[in-house]
Write a protein that binds this ligand. Structure first.
Ligand code: PMP
Length: 327
C-alpha cells in the first residue's frame, strides 16, 4: 500500500511546484517547495520533528515528557502536531503580536500557550528567554530552535536532498528568508556539497539585520515588516557557518504584490515570508541566464494570516497595498 506512517511519516517529501506567473514574467524557471503542505501547515514541521528526534536520541526527551519552545507560532504548531502524535505535552511561548489564526491553531491543538509582550532579544522578557526559563524551572525539554543545530541538520538531511533530487541536480540558485536560519543553512549546505556553483541568496525583510550583516559585515536593521516568522537581529548558531553568496532585501510592498499575484494568477494562497522568498527568487532569476532554475521555499499558507495579509483595513492602516479584488 502507498501509505504514510501517521502524521509523523507525513512530514516532508513535499511537492516542488513550477510557479507559472513568476517564471513567465522573468523568463526563467522558478520553483517553489510546497512546505505549506506539511501536516502542521508549514516548513517548521520539519524542524519540530528533527528537534524531537534528536532530543529522543540524546535521552533528554523521555516518553510522556514535555517540550517547551519560544516561537513565532509555526514551530509551536509543528511541535504540537508531532508532539500529540508521539505523546508529548507542549508549552509554547509566543509574542502576542503574532496572528490570531496561529494562536487559535495552537489552542485547538491543546498546547499550554503563554503570550508575552514582543520585546527585543536583549530583554530578559523576550519569548526565547521566557521559554528557556520555563524549561529550567520545570525540567522540561527546551527545543531551542534558534541555536540547536539539529534544526539545520534536519533540513540538510531532508529539504536540501529533496530539492536536489526533484530538480535532477539542475537547480542553479536558491533563495530563502531566515528566522532561525535552519532552512536556509541546511539547504545551502546540502546544495553546495552537490554543486558548489549553486547560488545561495539570503532574502531579508525590512527590520532585519541580516542583509547588512551579509553585505557590510555589520548587524544593522532599518524599517519594519508585517511578515511573521522571519527577520533576525543576530546570527544564530544555525545560521553562523551557512555558505551564502549574497543577500537581498525585500520591502513588504514588493512581497505583497507577489502574494496577491500568486493568488490571482495561480490560486496559490501564501503567507508573507513566502512572498519575500518568491520576490527574491524573481530578482535573482532576472540576473541569471535564461536556463536558470531558481528554487525557493513556500513556507506556509495565507489563511494563517487572513486577518492581516488579506484584510484591506489592516493593510491600509499600514500604508500597504491591498488585494485589488478586495477593495
Ligand atoms: N516563514 C515562516 C512563516 C516561519 O514561521 C518561519 C520560522 N519562524 C520561517 C519562514 C523561517 O524558517 P527558519 O526558522 O528555518 O529560518
Amino acid at each position: 500500500m502507498d501509505v504514510r506512517n501517521g502524521l509523523v511519516g507525513s512530514v516532508g517529501n513535499t511537492p516542488l511546484v513550477k510557479l507559472e506567473w513568476p517564471s513567465r514574467v522573468t523568463g526563467r524557471t522558478i520553483l517553489g517547495k510546497a512546505e505549506f503542505m506539511n501536516p502542521g501547515g508549514s516548513v517548521k514541521d520539519r524542524a519540530a520533528l528533527a528537534l524531537i528526534r534528536d532530543a529522543e536520541a540524546r535521552g533528554v526527551l523521555k516518553p510522556g515528557g514535555t517540550i517547551v519552545e519560544g516561537t513565532a507560532g509555526n514551530t509551536g504548531i509543528g511541535l504540537a502536531v508531532v508532539g500529540n502524535a508521539l505523546g508529548y505535552k507542549t508549552i509554547i511561548v509566543m509574542p502576542e503580536t503574532q496572528s490570531q489564526e496561529k494562536k487559535d491553531t495552537l489552542r485547538l491543538l491543546g498546547v499550554d500557550l503563554r503570550l508575552v509582550p514582543a520585546v527585543p532579544f536583549k530583554d530578559p522578557g523576550n519569548y526565547v528567554h521566557v521559554s528557556r526559563r520555563i524549561a529550567e524551572e520545570t525540567g522540561a525539554f527546551w527545543a531551542n530552535q534558534f541555536d540547536n543545530t539539529a534544526n539545520r541538520d534536519g533540513h540538510y538531511a531532508t529539504t536540501g536532498q529533496e530539492i536536489w533530487t526533484q530538480t535532477d541536480g539542475r537547480v542553479t540558485a536558491f533563495t530563502c528568508a531566515t528566522g532561525t536560519g535552519g532552512t536556509l543553512a541546511g539547504v545551502a549546505r546540502a546544495l553546495k556539497e552537490k554543486n558548489p556553483d549553486v547560488r545561495i541568496v539570503l532574502a531579508d525583510p525590512m527590520g532585519s539585520a541580516l542583509f547588512s550583516w551579509k553585505k557590510l559585515g555589520e548587524l544593522k536593521a532599518e524599517g519594519t515588516s508585517i511578515t511573521e516568522g522571519i527577520g533576525q537581529g543576530r546570527v544564530t548558531r544555525n545560521l553562523e557557518d551557512a555558505p551564502l553568496d549574497d543577500a537581498v532585501q525585500i520591502p513588504d510592498e514588493e512581497a505583497l504584490e507577489v502574494v496577491f499575484s500568486l493568488v490571482k494568477n495561480e490560486g496559490l494562497v501564501l503567507g508573507g515570508s513566502s512572498g519575500i522568498n518568491v520576490a527574491a527568487a524573481m530578482r535573482v532569476a532576472r540576473e541569471l541566464p535564461e536556463d536558470a532554475v531558481v528554487v525557493t521555499i513556500l513556507c506556509d499558507g495565507g489563511q494563517r494570516y487572513q486577518s492581516k495579509l488579506f484584510n484591506p483595513e489592516f493593510l491600509r492602516a499600514k500604508g500597504l497595498p491591498t488585494p485589488p479584488w478586495m477593495d
